[in-house]
Design a protein around this ligand. Structure first.
Ligand SMILES: [Zn+2]
Length: 242
């Protein structure tokens, strides 16, 4: 049996040059293969940036630019800049990791990923932490005439720095993500939060499909790996054959 708690290096890939509005994120597997992963919810997209415990070695949020890049790549699709759409301070990056790690443990438990919860059980203040981030004012979204989502500067907020194009700041970004988590954890899809069935994958998603039979982070990734492994197993004769 393989060590199931050792996650494979699944890291966010560079954003596509033409930012598509297809929800999800480009990912790069440990073997360098790029695939598309749609976790089905904004808050779960944050979990692709790293995590607590053994997932810390996949950390991608180290500087304000990293969090801004995630916001651009996420289903929020904030303008990637420059100039940056968000004013993000170093403290916001640390906060983003705190929110993510709390949400990581909570979502893994709800998903019933026993391999992860065995080493990363929910901490007593994880939910309180998510709720505290959700209590802050979120980003202000707006509708464009063609149905596109735009971002507006909230009433009363103005950029502190020279970024006149900024529509919000790090705390507002994290509030938006945390509110999405509250909606997911209290909504009809709570029971559809799952961990990918791929060995050592542990990517979390919410299955919003009608039949509710999604098993993989991505069919083109873990789904195919499973198919290939199953085919191989079928071709190997049992030890007592012949
Ligand atoms: Zn997977």
């Amino acid at each position: 049996m393989t060590s199931s708690t050792t996650p494979e290096p699944e890291t966010p890939s560079d954003p596509p040059t033409t930012p598509g509005r297809q929800p999800g994120m480009p990912m790069r597997s440990g073997s360098g293969v790029t695939y598309w992963f749609d976790p089905g919810a904004l808050c779960l997209e944050l979990l692709t940036t790293g995590g607590p415990g053994p997932f810390a070695r996949f950390e991608t949020l180290r500087a304000p630019a990293d969090l801004a890049a995630w916001a651009a790549r996420s289903r929020l699709a904030l303008p990637p800049g420059p100039p940056p759409a968000l004013e993000i301070a170093d403290a916001d990056v640390a906060d983003a990791r705190r929110l993510r790690d709390a949400l990581f443990r909570v979502a893994a438990e709800v998903a019933g990923d026993d391999e992860v919860t065995a080493i990363l059980p929910v901490a007593g203040d994880d939910l309180a932490r998510v709720n505290a981030f959700a209590a802050r004012p979120p980003l202000a979204s707006a509708a464009g005439p063609g149905g596109q989502r735009l971002w507006a500067r909230p009433a009363g907020w103005s950029p502190r720095g020279p970024d006149a194009a900024a529509v919000g700041d790090g705390p507002a970004l994290l509030a938006t993500v945390a509110r999405d988590a509250v909606d997911l954890l209290t909504g009809p899809y709570r029971g559809r939060i799952r961990a990918c069935a791929g060995a050592r994958c542990h990517l979390l998603y919410v299955d919003t499909s009608r039949p509710g039979r999604r098993r993989w982070c991505a069919m083109e990734h873990c789904g195919n790996r499973h198919k290939v492994a199953a085919l191989r197993a079928r071709r190997v004769p049992p030890p007592d054959a012949g």
